[in-house]
Design a protein. Sequence first.
Length: 638
Amino acid sequence: IPTPAEDDWERQRGSLNPKPGDVSRLHADTVVGLWQPQPQHSFLEVKVFKAGLYLGGRLHVDGDIPVHLTLADAGSQCEDRTQEARKRSQTETKAIFWVAALDEAIDRETQELFRSKEILARKERGAQTKDETALVAEEKLRLRRHQDELRRLLKQAMLTGSIFFRGNDRSPDDGAGDIGRAAAKVLGQALPEVFDRFEEAAARAGKNDLDSLMTTENLRGLTPVFTNLALVRDQGGKPVFNTESGPLAEVLSRVENRTSYGETANGKYLADEFSKEPFGWDFDVVRLLVVALLRAGKLEATSKGQVIESALSLEARTTFGNNNLFRQASFRPRTGPVDFTQVVDASEHFKDVFGREVSELEQGVVAGAIREEVERHDAELQEVHTLLVQHNLPGAEVLRTALDEMRSIRSGKEGQVILTFNGAHRELKEAIKRGAELGQALTEPRLYDLGRARSALGSLWAFLSEEPDLSDELREHHDRLMDLMAKETFFRELPAIDQHARALEQDHDHRHDQAAQARAAAYTAAQAKLRATPGFADLGDEQKQRVVKPLALRATLEGTENVPIPLLRSDLAACSGRLSGAIEEMLRLVDGNRIVSVTASSYFSGGIETEEQLDQALAGLKEQCLELIGAGKKVLVQ
């Protein structure tokens, strides 16, 4: 027969039902757990590729090839989703699609898991009595059972589900018993088709390979990786770099194409581009290819405003031996002397970037005009860049790249000025425009608002995300704010940023007000109860203040603005204990050492189920009280 406390617990627990958003989150948490360790496959025994995970169209685990998982109710809905997944796989050929059916058992376990989580969120923090503590402990065991069972059922549903890649059925075998292995198997089948050019640069490039490229005078002293990748060929009995075909030609083509549009081809751009399909080349391999093109005289680099023309120079070893410096360095094709066509191009780009024409189409005049304008914009761009860095705002890297190009222009020779400007004019135009917009947008009030937004994403969300009754709408505000604050163009979305941040702040403030008022009300009532306790009136004024002080400090809203919500709630839960302590202290001041406290709940541990048990508990309590009274003590029952 359940006790009244157990009846109340089960009644409250049974009234809790998950919303669709709650169901999605529980399924997502479980599936992400099944995705660990992340499924992977070593392609050609050179590089490990990993499977990403999308659930409900939302990215949960990033990876090289995305797996789109759909959970659908068993029956017609699952059949429809399966057909949709097959069709999508025929058009979205770089992804894997997985459909699993949800049955009644999964729905039931999801509901029970939600109830366990929700009732614990509501009850665990305020559990005071032995019965309440026992119920919390039992619920935690029940929660783990439901978690384990939901995990088992979802795993079974996925392993009996359907997987498609490019229209072909790649579903798990009947004997499949592990999600990771099943996903890794499909990943291994998909990699050769998605990353079909990976083999061209499939190698592990180490420090020795890079060092040999930047220190060995003779190409015959290069490490075997250059031969294995066919980066070097024989020409007239001498080794030369093979820049006409293969991976070196591909990298050179990308640099030429990007700079021909006036955009910067930096190390980060190249590494990111060649990490995607159809290449999938490793970062160290891409860096090796770029430095090989520099060594072959096909490229020149700019790092921290300094032009690097030789891979054997100290500047090259310093720049390309450091991952971050390589990412920041920019590259452009190396050409011969500047011709008149390039001077004309520079003058046209000058008009496009700075809005005025060059007075004369002569190399020195055009180069001088470019330097003059660059110097004029450099200081204001540097100031904005510093502001972004100081306030930890996105977009500083874009301005840093432009500043490096400007530095190179200011210190370079006339020909280098022309070539650098032609290869980066679009980047410079965008940076100057962005710098002007940032300068106007980032006023002190706006910087303060952005600081509020960061705080909302940080400390406020760390608390709110753990609240059991958080709405889906508020989660959407958080997600949108996170996206906007990560964009390089955040300064164009300041009203929206403020709106989403304010929504989080208002919800937090509302909860704070509720907690503060509940604490103040509880301690105000406790004070009244203390003052009404027999013996309080017999205390002196100083004694009354001392006894009441722990309650009075918390019976007001004054000074609660900076008190965290968890502390306010903790104070609320401790109110009854503090009241008991105050009453005991008051009685000791009145009666001295005669006061003895007796804990009544110790006689009712385990609950009361029969009248006989009640009589025994009351008799035991009475016996102890009579014994203490007989010894001349005054009993305080708690």
